[in-house]
Design a protein around this ligand. Structure first.
Ligand code: F6P
Length: 363
């Protein structure tokens, strides 16, 4: 029986637990054995009880749970070869040679490197006397399938990452709450949202909540942004608006990459526009909590597709990442998706914002 392990890695996101449920159950339904690696790459390096066989009942109710019930961690040891050798040894001990990883671009890059090195890791296990030739012979190829779990929606090649719509929903609910108190006191609020280097959450929250102004990393405001923002906010007030909402992505900066923080925006609204202004940093509230319906659907359909991809893979197939494009669940080349994502970060660093915006738009 083929043995397939599932792992969550990097920052948690709503829908990760549903992904584990889908992978475990599809694996069992396909006549294979399912395993879960607890605490991300850390669990892979530690082995033993951290790699557990999973039954159908073990994941009951996981679809609607937030975060990841098998845990996640940032693991320094896996970044070094001895850590990966240990991880490979632990997998061979359990007879596992297929790994479905749900995480962000960093976690998925690590996974593909592991697959690349796998044959040489097998050889090293034998030369070091840790495993016999017979032990490793049936497992000379490692199968990796990526699923993108992140609230940031920052991976190229997919329209939505698992968790981003739950986070967006939470941000919108929070801004609705803020709206009520802002309206009552005719106040301005500067709301900082997450997203690391990606402005998707800030942009979509701005559209969904009718914000007055937004700050995004990929499309920084004009050089004269202080004046521009104040003029727009004043105009909205002149039109009768009783509240002001400005959304700042945590990675926001000006066109010279100077960080734009909520305090700077607050001072402008207070001192230049004369508004009673408060700052709300939403923080991890936007990452926790139960997944929205979309993420339950996405995690289930993509988890099922990941197992199908494992079973159809050959040693020649490049590692796939499971994506959603125009409402279809599709497989894409994992490495190409990561390269495209990293190119956007490079374009931002080089202040080439037109290229960064095109990169975000690209499939
Ligand atoms: O990538 C997900 C994310 O929540 C980002 O939006 C944010 O920048 C980062 O993780 C926060 O990481 P941590 O929880 O380690 O502070």
């Amino acid at each position: 029986k083929k043995r397939i392990a599932v792992m969550t890695s990097g920052g948690d996101s709503p829908g990760m637990s549903g992904t584990v449920r889908a992978v475990v159950r599809q694996t069992i339904a396909s006549g294979c054995m399912a395993f879960a690696v607890y605490e991300g790459y850390d669990g892979l390096v530690k082995g033993g009880d951290m790699i557990k066989e999973m039954g159908w009942e073990d994941v009951r109710g996981w679809l609607s749970e937030g975060g990841t019930l098998i845990g996640t961690a940032r693991c320094a040891e896996f970044r070094e070869r001895p850590g990966r050798l240990q991880a490979a040894n632990n997998m061979i001990e359990k007879g596992i040679d297929a790994l479905v990883i749900c995480g962000g671009d960093g976690s998925l890059t690590g996974a593909d490197k592991f697959r690349d090195e796998w044959p040489s890791l097998m050889e090293e296990l034998v030369t070091k006397g840790l495993r016999s030739k017979e032990d490793v012979a049936p497992h000379m190829h490692l199968n990796i399938v990526g699923l993108v779990g992140s609230i940031d929606n920052d991976l190229s090649s997919t329209d939505a990452t698992i968790g981003c719509y739950s986070s967006l929903t939470r941000i919108c609910q929070s801004i609705d709450y803020i709206d009520a108190t802002a309206f009552s006191h005719q106040r301005a609020f500067v709301v900082e949202v997450m997203g690391r280097h990606c402005g998707w959450l800030a942009l979509m929250a701005g559209v969904s909540c009718g914000a007055d102004f937004i700050f995004l990393p990929e499309n920084p405001p004009t050089e004269n942004w202080e004046e521009e923002m104040c003029t727009i906010v004043r105009r909205h007030r002149d039109m009768g608006k009783r509240k002001t909402i400005v959304i700042v992505a945590e990675g926001a900066h000006d066109r010279k990459l100077n960080h734009i923080n909520p305090k700077m925006v607050k001072d402008l609204l207070s001192n230049k526009v004369g508004l009673d202004t408060r700052i709300t940093t939403l923080g991890h509230v936007q990452r926790g909590g139960p997944p929205c319906a979309y993420d339950r659907m996405l995690s289930t359909l993509q988890g099922v597709e990941a197992v199908k991809a494992v079973l159809e893979a050959t040693p020649e197939t490049p590692s796939p990442v499971i994506c959603i494009v125009e409402n279809k669940i599709v497989r894409k080349d994992l490495i190409k998706a990561i390269q495209m994502t990293q190119q956007v970060a490079k374009d931002i660093e080089a202040c080439d914002f037109d290229a960064a915006m095109k990169g975000r738009d690209a499939e």
